[in-house]
Design a protein around this ligand. Sequence first.
Ligand code: ZN
Length: 452
Amino acid sequence: MPDWQTELREIVEPAVKQSATIRQLLVERGAIQKTGAMVRSHFDGNQAILFADEAGFSAAGDPAVQSLKAEGFGVTTHIIPAAPLPKASVELAETFRPLLEVPGPVPIALGSGVINDLVKYAAYRESLPYFSIATAASMDGYASAGAPLVREGFKITIPTSAPRAILADLDIIAAAPDAMTSWGYGDLAGKVPAGGDWILADALGVEPLDDLAWPLVQNHLSGWLANPAALARGDFSAIARLFAGLSVVGLAMEFHGSSRPASGADHQIAHLWEMEGLQFDGRHVSHGACVAVGCMTTLAMYDWLIEQDLSTLDPARIISSAPTLGDKYALIDATFDDARIIRRAREETRAKHLAPEALGERLETLVSIWPDLQARLSSHLMRAPDMAKLLRAAGAPVNASDIGVSPGHLRETFFASRFIRSRYTLPDLLEEAGLLNRAVDTVIVPPMFAAE
Ligand SMILES: [Zn+2]
């Protein structure tokens, strides 16, 4: 396994060079001291505004501000309270925009997921490039062009721009709460089943793999996930490699032009819980923790699917009892309470719904390619019990109960996950093949993953 500096040089730096937006990604110990010089080299003007929440500011605010001042920048700060936990919403991000108006200070996001997404959105809307100081390896959004935000109750990924430069000080990131590192690991682990979903879409002619984003993420993923115990120990090289992996995923989304390389059914499950504002032990459950459980649920479904023989499916029989678009709308109406969510879910579902004739063709394809597809999935995917071991070693949740989700709620979430994105993923295949209920009844039986 290459050391992390080699990996940065050989994998991350060439990817950054291909980015249309990101000019520099600095990952090293003590990097915070270079904040001022880095901002100077990539931005115009002499004013900077640093956005942070209280936790992020106490972790890295003072040295960042000092470094900026030493470089001659006038610095203002905009610090939002840590409690209640700020929600990544368009409504909150809009309140940042007046602070960026002409003459436009350099926007700096100092923090992790929420702050980064809020600033990314506000800067984009003001047509300003921004600078990102990462304080935790907690998610893959630092280098991504999309801002996943809640707008009117619906979590969507809004097209924006990636930061112009990203600074990641390993001393600061290693000092972040252990749980945050485990969230980043969970977010990265989700790329395993997300890759399975993309293979399905590729094999069925829905959305082909590409030759840039796919290998960039999937060829390195097992290496990035290989040493969760070192991560839990706070080992610098393990944290650097996790950060590198998360950054590369962000770049892969830019290159592909959508979040397909990073997000499948695992994320659809997580987004539903984030939209609900899922709480456990009095706290919001983080994105990465939701993804970890979404990842495990999806992998368990894949384990089941791979054991089936879909070459014996009877398309004519399946079509005769397949749900119509009207049936799906009725299910959507019964699943969600919020009229805005229902409207969006209907649109997303309509976009991928197949009329009987097209469904027949899809099923004929599935029957004919199944042995190949089964082999591809089998060689790509990690088995769920193996992933459970890795996630546990990283300190991430595995079972739905680990984040306060009951078995019934998990079932409902898995069923609902197919409605919130037009993206073709595992629950869509299960539904089209007439296997969705059987899969859920067989697989979602607690405890899904018993501790060793
Ligand atoms: Zn994610």
